[in-house]
Design a protein around this ligand. Structure first.
Ligand code: 5RP
Length: 290
């Protein structure tokens, strides 16, 4: 029987104070369930609304590319500075410390390698994502690819259905085919298609007119870094993306291939969360590098 000794009646009901409805800080997420919101909040800082995601999933198509030969030596020391870690399940299970306590954006599709053409990617089982307690699943979209477009949109749609069932957000990753123009019209279309098919986050590339891409996308947009640039240029890319409305970066090579990856991720963090201008961020990079 419950212990009824000294059971105290509640008295502070404050009936004169209306319950506060709290606005949710992430674009397009107000109507989502609590689990989805909690996972998105682990990725996008509740104060700034932004995120520095560290992408090191490249090996799933490229193998041990430069900077990713030994995840334990090159990536593990960066993890504490990232807001979210993006990787494949193989790297998560073998090389990411389980006590790191960082949200994981799991590369949730698999298919071809750089040795062949894009092919019919498949999406991993949602149970795997649940088992690994991930905060999001990333699925590639090949918009404009006559062979792969419909299949990859279907993959995203399927992943979003599964994610909705278990409260796991999906990030649509817009791959750019060789034939595609890297402009706001293309990225705007690809991003919007991703969101319309259920993506809760869109990852795309920065371009001229990027603010239109962001404006027309009803969920947060983060940018990929792309090929390695000199550090100042990479920081400038982040700055322009944030200024144009990006909700953060999901950056790989420009961090882990930097001459000082630990300094670089901190400089990127300052641009994304504090709006530091690229020249100041580059000074910070040089100071930290010492
Ligand atoms: C490829 C990816 C990569 O994670 C992405 O390209 C980020 O890495 P980088 O900043 O090196 O471009 O999603 O589809």
């Amino acid at each position: 029987m419950a212990d009824l000794d000294d059971l105290r009646e509640g008295s502070k009901f404050n009936t004169d104070i209306a319950v506060q409805n709290q606005a949710f800080h992430i674009k397009g997420a107000s109507h989502l369930g609590w689990g989805m919101k909690d996972r998105l909040t682990r990725i996008f800082n509740a104060k700034t609304g932004k995120s520095v995601m560290l992408a090191f999933d490249h090996g799933f198509i490229m193998g041990p590319t430069s900077g990713l030969e030994r995840i334990d030596l090159t990536i593990t020391p960066l993890m504490e500075y990232a807001d979210c870690l993006m990787c494949s399940r193989g790297i998560l299970q073998t090389s990411v410390p389980a006590n790191i306590n960082k949200p994981i954006c799991l590369r949730a599709d698999a298919g071809s390698t750089i040795l062949t053409e894009l092919n019919d990617n498949v999406v991993i089982d949602i149970e795997d994502a649940v088992r690994m307690n991930v905060s999001a699943m990333a699925v590639m979209l090949a918009i404009g690819d006559p062979k792969m477009e419909a299949k990859t949109v279907a993959n995203l749609y399927h992943a979003a259905n599964q994610g909705a069932k278990y409260g796991i957000p999906v990030m649509g990753v817009t791959a750019v085919g060789k034939e595609m123009a890297r402009d706001a019209r293309y990225f705007g279309l690809a991003s919007r298609v991703a969101a319309e098919n259920g993506a809760n986050i869109v990852k795309t590339y920065y371009c001229d007119g990027f603010s239109n891409v962001v404006a027309a996308c009803p969920v947060p947009v983060v940018i990929a870094g792309g090929k390695k640039l000199p550090e100042l240029e990479a920081l400038d890319l982040c700055y322009r993306a944030i200024n144009d409305g990006a909700a953060g970066v999901d950056m790989g090579r420009n961090v882990f291939q930097s001459e000082s990856p630990i300094a670089m991720i901190q400089a990127v963090h300052a641009v994304v969360h504090e709006g530091l201008d690229p020249h100041k961020a580059f000074e910070l990079f040089n100071d930290l590098k010492k």
